[in-house]
Design a protein around this ligand. Sequence first.
Ligand SMILES: [Zn+2]
Length: 91
Amino acid sequence: MALKCPECGCVAHTRTSAYEAPSVKRTWYQCRNLDCSCTFTALESVEKIIMKPNKSSVETDIVDETPPKKPQTLNRYGSASKLSNRQQSPV
Ligand SMILES: [Zn+2]
């Protein structure tokens, strides 16, 4: 994301960013105009949630239990087997 420099109006680019709160992000900008080189911060926050996701995600975890029933197919892929174990643990 780019923002205009408050000093000269040139496009400033993002240097770094950090979350102030779960829905508020502070971003550090630096002006691309070398004669200006102004650095400033800006806050970005969630204004409105247009559509919330389905909260029935717990049911999705139960569906994920199906793949570990065929471990022989995944046997030669060590990382694939680890992924199956990781998916089982939260249940
Ligand atoms: Zn500037």
